[in-house]
Design a binder for this molecule. Structure first.
Ligand code: PMP
Length: 336
């Protein structure tokens, strides 16, 4: 097995930006940049950073701060250049010839599997997007990916199911990129399961998508190994300082999360029965309005395959959400 040059030629190039839109609800970003006062404060901290020097090889201070928010220690946390980088690293850590995913889900698991030349085994999510019998496929898997809340469906997988998969002993990657917007997280399970790696990010709730920072959480032993695979300077000094800054402003982060959750619920109520319940910062909507919305300057993500005819809309600012709602109402009047 292994990947060939031909496999690389077959990989698609990324094309996920909608440059012509006025309202961007296609990439699950945080709709708020830092308010000017906080941004100024952060930038004056950044001004002190010597750019001729490499960042710390082990950004222990920020990792310790992250760990504190989770009730864990810095040995359990590894920062990297976005959680995307961590997906690639995790696939180098374990053995086994297959990656198990449950579609519809985040595309990067299959992307990195392809980069590694690994087979992808898909155990589709059920009717209500619950996990299928992935335990039956766990043996010899290099990693079993569980995305919760799942992108793009928005639902959380119950802890009980996650434990059942962990009990197989296979390496389980639990992607909690949207956990801050949901009611429950299973990150605490790393205390009991050595085969669990949880992925989190600063790109969503923390609003730092442009700084590229994600982190993995795992047992001390598993993390000790993963730490060795991360290139020494993949987290740059500026991003590191931005993460430290946000961790010193958790009240602000929590306020933004509350706003997004309340806007999500408002959108959900307004779009019932077309919207699916979500515990993330986006909604999956069963309205085939991608092109219509784009003509009205609003970018959302067009879904495909089993979700053909659906869109995924990121929760934006109140006024952006109002524009989205008006446009969707207009669309429904035209098509119904
Ligand atoms: N996991 C999921 C489920 C995501 O939706 C995303 C971003 N779209 C990521 C991971 C990537 O996060 P990061 O920006 O930290 O690479």
């Amino acid at each position: 097995m292994g990947r060939t040059r031909n496999d690389i030629i077959k990989l698609p190039l990324w094309d996920i930006e909608e440059p012509n839109a006025r309202i961007h609800l296609e990439r699950n970003e945080n709709p708020f940049d830092l308010p000017p006062g906080l941004k100024k404060e952060l930038f004056s901290e950044l001004a002190q950073i010597p750019l001729n020097r490499y960042p710390p090889t082990f950004p222990l201070e920020v990792e310790a701060k992250v760990a504190e928010t989770l009730g864990l220690s810095s040995e359990n946390v590894l920062l990297a250049n976005g959680s995307d980088e961590l997906i690639g690293l995790i696939l180098k850590l374990f053995e086994g010839d297959r990656v198990v995913i449950s579609s519809p889900t985040f595309g990067m698991y299959s992307f990195f599997a392809a980069v590694e030349g690994l087979k992808v085994e898909n155990v589709p999510l059920g009717e209500n997007f619950e996990l299928g019998n992935i335990e039956a496929h766990a043996e010899n898997a290099r990693a079993v990916f569980i995305c919760s809340p799942n992108n793009p469906t928005g639902n959380v997988q119950p802890r009980k199911r996650i434990i059942e998969v962990l009990e197989t002993g296979a390496p389980v990657v639990l992607d909690e990129a949207y956990a801050e917007f949901s009611r429950e997280s299973s990150v605490g399970l790393v205390k009991d399961y050595d085969n669990l790696i949880v992925l989190r990010t600063f790109s969503k709730a923390f609003g730092l998508a442009g700084a590229r920072l994600g982190y993995a959480v795992a047992s001390e032993e598993t993390m000790g190994q993963l730490r060795k695979l991360r290139p020494p300077f993949s987290v740059n000094s500026l991003s590191l300082a931005a993460a430290g800054f946000m961790l010193n402003h958790l009240d602000y982060v929590r306020k933004i999360v509350r706003y997004i959750v309340s806007e999500r619920e408002r959108l959900y109520r307004a779009l019932k029965p077309y919207a699916y319940p979500s515990e993330a910062n986006f909604l999956m909507i069963a309205i085939d309005a991608h092109d219509f919305l784009l003509e009205h300057g609003i970018a959302v993500k067009k879904l495909s395959g089993r979700l053909e005819g659906y869109v995924r809309a990121t929760v934006g600012r109140r006024e952006e959400n109002d524009v989205l709602l008006d446009a969707l109402r207009e669309f429904l009047e035209v098509v119904l």
